[in-house]
Design a protein around this ligand. Structure first.
Ligand code: HEM
Length: 507
């Protein structure tokens, strides 16, 4: 190792040590502060029971380990049993965190108090990378402004107008990117599905959010995709901003992405002004033309760029995860595949071959959506989320101090046998009729913080399934080493360890 490299490594080592020490002291002081808070009457207020684990790392390792062995809910269930079925205290990512039990009442409490007792909170890595627009001083202001704008281009009404684009692009995408991997009578081809789906969902996001021509602009798309991979790696890394760390690379990549997106917004604006493609009602044109009712002002280019980047980050991997998992269950349960195929064939038969899918076709895909819901119950792409207490309050008889972080768990709720009997069983019929009770099925969170892309996701996934089953039969492939079985783990997002190697065969 040359002297310069040794010096850099030493500096990095001492820097990490310093950060860990400072964080430990901060976490220790915070813990002391909140465990000794006095009530107005002079008595000590009782925090929920639980353990703070190790200095700085707290119980983060146990939290991640449960996910890595495929049972993220175990972290919660063990502690609900040990401390309280409604609420417990832990320490994650250097923060004291109060976990509100995986119950309908707990979820309802947190979701419906958004903006009153709690608001959204994101870990430091996300906060640094989630873009904050030039004119908005913090992420709460950004969120407020963005929440005003989202309904304009992510509402049901808006999403209806994207179905045609989604439909034609999905059909073309399978022809050009998937057909070449199909098995024939003579030859059995094993294809790893996850990267194919990831590419599909990235291209779809770029087509809809950035109006990109996915067939012509391949170089630009490849560059952008590489940058997004770096940002997503950074979000999941330790947030140390030092040259060469994944987090540092992610910050740089996010700056480059925003620059590129801003250029595309300018280009699109020019096209809109020159009245080319006037009839094209895609997301980007809606964002550009969106003006606030009160002020009549259009959104700043930088703000639009921030939002688009946030939406691609929020939506890309989550949608990929659901579509890949849907394919896994369709392979594992041929009877479910047959039923989905019957439903989709009936819809296809009712239309001309060149006719595009419509909103009313999407409404008919009831069983297919039940399948997607059951997939999201067992493998929710967002296994939970953080909030922050805006003021002191009491929950289940315990004191929650202002500033304290809270966590809700979709996976703990979805695996609760009181709401979903035989919770490990894959059974789409659970969602038939009225479906699960309110606040028991929460893959999209709830209340004012509900996923703004929910309707977009539903349509995109159903269009994907329509073309998938219409075009291909899905078959298990024979593993080269039967001992190396595919497993579903959570890192903390659901991940298939082998990326789903299967055979796809044209009908
Ligand atoms: C299956 C796919 C998806 C799932 C399961 C999902 C789930 C979620 C969840 C649980 C939250 C709340 C996070 C929290 O409170 O910490 C959220 C927020 C959000 N999601 Fe999604 N999401 C998906 C796809 C998308 C897509 C495709 C978009 C955009 C096109 C999107 C846009 C958003 C936005 C903007 C928020 C922030 C909402 C707010 O705080 O006002 N999501 N999503």
């Amino acid at each position: 190792m040359d002297p310069m490299t040794m010096l850099s490594v030493s500096i990095l080592f001492y820097f990490i040590l310093l950060v860990i020490s400072l964080c430990s002291i901060r976490a220790f002081l915070w813990r002391r502060k909140i465990t000794t808070t006095q009530s107005a009457a002079g008595g000590i207020k009782q925090l929920p029971p639980g353990s703070s684990g190790w200095p700085f790392i707290g119980e983060t390792i146990e939290f991640y380990r449960a996910g890595l062995v495929g049972v993220p809910e175990k972290f919660f269930f063990d502690r609900f049993r040990k401390y309280s079925s409604q609420v417990f205290k832990t320490s994650l990512l250097g923060e004291t965190v109060i976990v509100i039990g995986g119950t309908a009442s707990g979820n309802k409490f947190l979701f419906s108090n958004e903006g009153k007792l709690v608001n959204a909170w994101y870990p430091p890595s996300v906060r640094k990378l989630i873009p904050i627009s030039s004119h908005l001083s913090n992420e709460q202001d950004y969120l407020k402004a963005a929440r005003k704008a989202y309904p304009k281009f992510l509402s049901q009404e808006a999403v209806k107008s994207y179905i045609g684009i989604m439909d034609s692009m999905t059909k073309r995408h399978f022809e050009t990117h998937w057909d070449k991997y199909t098995s024939t009578k003579e030859e059995m081809v094993t294809t790893t599905i996850h990267p194919l789906v990831k590419n599909y969902s990235f291209l779809m996001a770029c087509r809809l959010l950035l109006s990109m021509d996915v067939e012509q602009e391949t170089h630009r798309l490849n560059e952008l995709q590489k940058l997004f991979v770096i940002v997503l790696n950074g979000i999941l890394s330790i947030p140390i901003d030092f040259p060469g760390t994944p987090f540092n690379l992610a910050i740089k990549a996010s700056i480059l992405i925003k620059k590129q997106i801003t250029t595309m917004i300018k280009e699109r604006k020019l096209r809109l002004l020159s009245h080319e493609n006037k009839s094209e009602r895609d997301l980007l044109s809606l964002m550009i033309m969106f003006s606030e009712e009160e002020s009549g002002k259009f959104m700043e280019e930088k703000f639009i760029a921030d939002m688009i980047m946030g939406l691609i980050i929020a939506g890309h991997d989550s949608t990929t995860s659901v579509m890949t998992m849907v394919m896994k269950y369709l392979v594992d349960f041929p009877n479910v595949y047959d039923q989905v195929l019957r439903e989709q064939t009936e819809i296809a038969k009712s239309k001309g071959t060149e006719e595009l899918l419509t909103w009313s076709d999407i409404q008919k895909m009831k069983y297919s959506w039940n399948v997607v819901c059951e997939v999201m119950r067992l493998a929710p792409p967002g296994p939970g989320g953080f909030k922050q207490a805006l003021e002191d309050f009491t929950y289940a008889g315990y004191f929650i101090p202002k500033g304290c972080k809270l966590y809700w768990s979709s996976i703990a709720t979805h695996k609760n046998p009181d709401y979903f009997p035989d919770p490990e069983k894959f059974d789409p019929w659970r969602f038939q009729g009225g479906g699960p009770a309110p606040f028991t099925f929460v893959p999209f969170s709830g209340g004012p913080g509900t996923c703004s892309g929910k309707e977009y996701v539903r349509v995109q996934i159903l269009v994907f399934i329509h073309h998938l089953v219409k075009r291909y039969k899905l078959e298990k492939s024979i593993p080269s080493n039967p001992k190396e079985e595919e497993k579903l783990i959570f890192k903390p997002f659901p991940t298939l360890t082998k990326g789903l190697p299967i055979c796809i065969r044209a009908h």
